[in-house]
Design a protein around this ligand. Structure first.
Ligand SMILES: O=C(O)CC[C@@H]1NC(=O)NC1=O
Ligand SMILES: [Fe+3]
Length: 402
């Protein structure tokens, strides 16, 4: 008889385990946890003899892995509601950015905030994600655009993981936009990011990955290459905002560095897809940004499927293009706008999101040895999680077995 801390019984499991077809459905299943890890997840009838300190009857409810939001800019100062009104009056995202608005206006608000103020401003956004079953969240910097302020953002991100029962992965995104002090010398800024910021942030262990914005209003492939070479030199994995507004072949560049993910991808082409497939780079689709900027170019979902490129989903929660803190709405948008299937949407916010963070060995599926992160749902069919808009059927959220 093996001892465990808690068993969740009388449940329908969506394990997303690779050795089970589709969503890895188990009709009458149990999940057993010890010291925050899953020791068994599967049919009750196949379970080993277990002696649990606590048994929870789930009343036939569905259990999925805890949701994972693998792409957010959760930590930032201020908001961009005024720019939203400018866009309603016809200004484009690029026009606002080139006029000194956009990311740089959030930079000013972020630089003016203390670390504690950034944490306080992000907590309601994090609580909204947690309320819908998120147990892991990725948080980028990229609004400081100077070493001390980028460090401040990353420390705030780490602190959020201590303030709430949630796992935080931080990503350095110094190459997000050109700060005013480098207005006429992007290459000089890139050199500062590569030669000063990445070494300092790596030395302090503040970032789990490095990201960049490869775009006409962001940075060129050559500049991204410089950033990624510095990340690799300091042992940090990379991911990339790629092909969001145009095709600069950023996804192929990211894949050449073995990137964890390439994100957005509305303008991704077949060469980029092939490169991602070869490299095992996950596609992270961000329907909230597509919807909010009223993009019309759809990401090539059918070609990604055909090339067996893993597809993850995320909120891209940020004040400019995706002020969104609902993973449930992300799944509805991915199905409604991008035509992903229900299983693809659910996998996109669990197993594939874990893959995009390089965490699939410890999260994202209901398998022994992984963190016991669960979301328990009051739905008859799991499709209701994707079908409904603005309705939250979460019954309970478990993080690390608690
Ligand atoms: O507008 C912002 O504040 C960030 C937008 C966000 N960053 C990026 O590289 N692409 C995006 O959609
Ligand atoms: Fe983003």
């Amino acid at each position: 008889m093996a001892h465990c801390d808690r068993i969740w019984r009388n449940a329908r499991l969506a394990t997303f385990a690779p050795d089970r077809p589709g969503i890895g459905e188990v009709d009458n299943g149990i999940v057993a946890a010890k010291d925050g890890l899953i020791v068994y997840a599967g049919p009750a009838g196949d379970a080993p003899a277990l002696d649990a300190a606590d048994i929870v009857d789930c009343g036939g409810r569905w259990i999925t892995p805890g949701l994972i939001d693998c792409h957010t800019h959760l930590v930032h100062g201020g908001d961009r509601a005024h720019e939203f009104e400018l866009r309603l009056a016809g200004a484009s995202y690029e026009e606002i950015a080139r006029a000194g608005g956009g990311i740089v206006s959030t930079m000013r608000a972020t630089r003016a905030a203390t670390e504690a103020e950034l944490v306080a401003a992000a907590l309601p956004r994090l609580d909204a994600l947690i309320a819908e079953g998120v147990t892991t969240v990725e948080i980028k910097s990229g609004y400081g655009l100077a070493l001390d302020h980028e460090i401040k953002q990353l420390r705030a991100g780490r602190r959020l993981g201590r303030e709430r029962p949630v796992t935080v992965a931080t990503t350095f995104l110094g190459a997000h936009a050109l700060p005013p002090e480098y207005a006429d010398d992007a290459d000089a800024y890139i050199q500062t990011v590569a030669d000063e910021m990445i070494p300092a942030i790596a030395a302090e262990g503040l970032a789990d990955a490095v990201d960049a914005f490869c775009e006409g209003i962001g940075f060129s492939p050559a500049q991204v290459d410089r950033i990624f070479s510095a990340a690799r030199a300091h042992g940090l994995p990379v991911k990339l905002h790629a092909e969001q507004l145009s095709n600069l072949h950023g996804a192929a560049l990211a894949a050449s560095f073995g990137a964890l993910s390439a994100d957005h991808l509305e303008f991704l082409d077949m060469d980029g897809i092939a490169a991602m497939a070869r490299a095992g780079t996950t596609a992270v689709l961000l329907p909230g940004a597509y919807y909010f900027v009223r993009e019309t170019k759809l990401p090539p979902v059918e070609a990604l499927r055909a090339a067996r490129v893993p597809i993850a989903l995320a909120t891209d929660c940020n004040p400019g293009t995706s002020p969104l803190t609902s993973p449930l709405l992300v799944m509805n948008m991915a199905a409604t706008l991008f035509r992903l299937t229900v299983p693809e949407c659910l996998a996109g916010m669990t197993r594939e999101a874990a893959r995009a963070l390089g965490m699939l060995d410890r999260a994202g599926t209901l398998e022994a040895g992984k963190r016991c992160d669960l979301a328990i749902w009051d739905v008859e069919r799991l499709a209701e999680l994707v079908y409904r808009m603005g309705f939250n059927p979460l019954h309970a959220r478990i993080w690390s077995g608690r």
